[in-house]
Design a protein around this ligand. Structure first.
Ligand code: WT7
Length: 571
């Protein structure tokens, strides 16, 4: 077989002619898939859960298969409807209203999903936080969003700041606790007392539903604001790209603290009414093969960092498991190495379909569709209804096979509608009618897009986006650290690792113990995935004359590359 081009496979796939659709498709064609096209009543929670619970054919269908090392449970669509109604009633009792921000800081569990949909049903905006966040990361997000309620667990409560959060009225605790203060709400007790009937708050398609915080190269993490209208594109891509059918068992490995875990860990599969596997606990190649086997997963959406670990675990490992149910595999978050695609063909006997999108884009934009040829190393082509191109710095389109900034014509349904509290940041994404992604890429003559790297200093470590500024800010809080510059250093398994260069304050001597202490300081203060794996002490951190850290120069030094233009370097 020509490794350069892997043809679509025969079988139980959606073999639509997407090339033709790209010419004639209009997003209005999708509206017929939603009940609001007839009733006029909009709420994404209704389309995702209640709609299937209202249908006698799917009411008792298993929506959720939850498996964690210490807990295995299922929920039907009807059960999820009732539990989310109960939670919406709890929120109502405590005065939560449409547009309020309610944040979730807890591991994946059936309670998480009940709470998530309860928030949406009352018309509030959900803000899911990754469970590994430490106090500073939690504080930044709750402060910026002015969240009024937080749902968390007693285990994570010590990482919830007790000060500086004047807007936070209530904390819902999921799990045994003996908090007496009236600020705390006991989840179990309130749920038992709450009715499982709730009149959904009908909203406008342009009303808010979700805030996901993500990192840029400067400033604190920014709140990417999404609206109910997202459902149009989430449904379309769950159909075309995830290729979901009624009988599928679907598994998305991402945590709902990141956008993949909401867009395609929650909305995509359930908008399509498909059984969704949610797995908690830590990753090992063995446990992942087991999850695929034991649940008879048919469609699997995962990330290159996990796939690379499975490749390293050996080609013989998958032979030990019955993976015969699996029919469609997809990847997102980082470049999908051609070697991994080759491994997939051998070890799983399946193509792995790369997809490209961002927190800001809300849903997939550039993809490999099941009926189209895969060119290993390429992210694929834009979905119908989306126009992508490569632009120069002024926002002018440039010809095929030339590197530039990957850009999308504005106006796709799932696009973010704001950066919370930061209109100028939002404006800065758009040039000349294009949304400019900050990814460098080129497009070939046939319209396939090829990822080259980030154009800014954003770091992608194991598929998680880390802003160097956040890490630098934490580092300099340590008494020994005077200045810090943080870069992503290429790594075969993690894509990039975080490397920090620091200068030390007077009176501190470099030692392995001190460096480890500083590393732990970031790990426990910010979050584990943001802690530098490598720390190097320098005499000075290179800066521009205006005082900006020259991360590009640090990176060139690290990689032994030419340093380029250093005319702005401070003496
Ligand atoms: C950045 C967005 C929403 C998906 C999860 C990440 C990188 C994403 C790919 C891909 C190469 C990719 C880009 C992008 N990225 N998908 N298929 N190939 N790089 O969302 O945290 O908002 O990060 O992830 O650099 O800009 P995110």
């Amino acid at each position: 077989m020509d490794m350069q081009k892997i043809p679509a496979r025969e079988g139980n796939h959606n073999l639509k002619d997407y090339q033709k659709m790209r010419e004639s498709f209009s997003w209005d064609d999708m509206k017929k898939n939603f009940s609001w096209s007839e009733t006029g009543k909009v709420n994404i929670a209704y389309e995702t859960i209640d709609r299937h619970a209202d249908n006698p054919d799917t009411k008792d269908k298993v929506a959720l298969i939850y498996s964690a090392p210490d807990r295995e449970e299922t929920r039907t669509f009807d059960e999820l409807r009732k539990e989310s109604n109960q939670f919406a009633n709890v929120l109502k009792k405590y005065g939560v209203k449409k547009g309020d921000r309610v944040f979730l800081f807890m591991p994946r569990s059936p309670e998480f999903y009940a709470a998530f949909f309860g928030i949406l049903k009352i018309g509030a905006i959900a803000g899911p936080l990754f469970e590994a966040f430490m106090e500073q990361a939690v504080r930044d997000r709750l402060q910026d969003s002015q969240a009024s309620v937080l749902v968390t667990t007693p285990e994570l409560l010590p990482r919830v700041p007790q000060d500086d959060l004047p807007d936070l009225q209530k904390i819902v605790l999921v799990g045994e606790n003996d908090e007496k203060d009236e600020k705390y709400i006991d989840y179990q007790r309130e749920m038992e007392a709450a009715s499982d009937q709730f009149d959904i708050e009908w909203v406008d398609l342009e009303d808010g539903m979700l805030l996901h915080y993500t990192s840029g190269s400067t400033g604190k993490p920014k709140g990417v604001y999404h609206v109910h209208n997202n459902m149009i594109q989430l449904y379309a891509t769950a159909d075309w790209v995830l290729d979901l059918k009624d009988d599928d068992i679907y598994w998305c490995t991402a945590d709902p603290g990141w956008v993949t875990g909401t867009s395609y860990g929650i909305f995509g599969p359930w908008l399509k009414g498909v059984t969704n596997v949610i797995r908690g606990g830590r990753f090992t190649p063995e446990s992942w093969y087991e999850t695929l086997q034991d649940n008879k997963v048919t469609v699997w959406y995962t990330a290159p960092t996990a796939l690379r670990k499975m490749v390293s675990a050996g080609e013989n490992l998958p032979e030990k498991y019955d993976l015969s149910s699996l029919r469609h595999v997809l990847s997102v978050g980082e470049p999908l190495n051609p070697e991994v695609i080759t491994w997939g063909l051998k070890a799983l006997n399946l193509r792995i379909h790369d997809t490209w999108w961002m927190t800001e884009t809300g849903a997939m934009l550039i993809v490999n569709l099941p009926s189209e040829e895969i060119r290993p190393g390429s992210m694929g082509q834009p979905i119908p209804g989306v126009e992508a191109t490569i632009v120069d710095n002024e926002g002018n389109e440039i010809p095929p096979n030339q590197m530039g900034n990957l850009a999308i014509k504005t106006g796709w349904p799932s696009m973010m509608r704001a950066i919370w509290n930061n209109p100028s940041k939002y404006e800065s994404y758009f040039v000349n009618g294009w949304y400019v992604s900050g990814d460098s890429a080129y497009r070939d003559e046939d319209g396939y897009f090829w990822f080259q790297g980030r154009l800014d200093d954003v770091i992608n470590t194991s598929g998680e986006r880390v802003g160097p500024f956040e890490v630098e800010s934490k580092l300099i809080e340590h008494p020994a650290v005077m200045e810090a510059g943080v870069i992503g250093k290429p790594d075969p398994e993690r894509g990039e690792i975080i490397k920090a260069f620091i200068t030390l304050n007077e009176g501190y001597e470099e030692s392995p113990e001190l460096l480890e202490e500083i590393r732990q300081f970031v790990k426990t203060g910010l979050s584990a995935h943001a802690a530098p794996r490598e720390l190097e002490v320098k005499d000075a951190i290179p800066k521009t004359r205006s005082g900006k850290i020259m991360r590009r120069l640090l990176k060139s030094w690290e990689l032994g590359l030419p340093t380029g233009d250093t005319s702005t370097l401070e003496e």
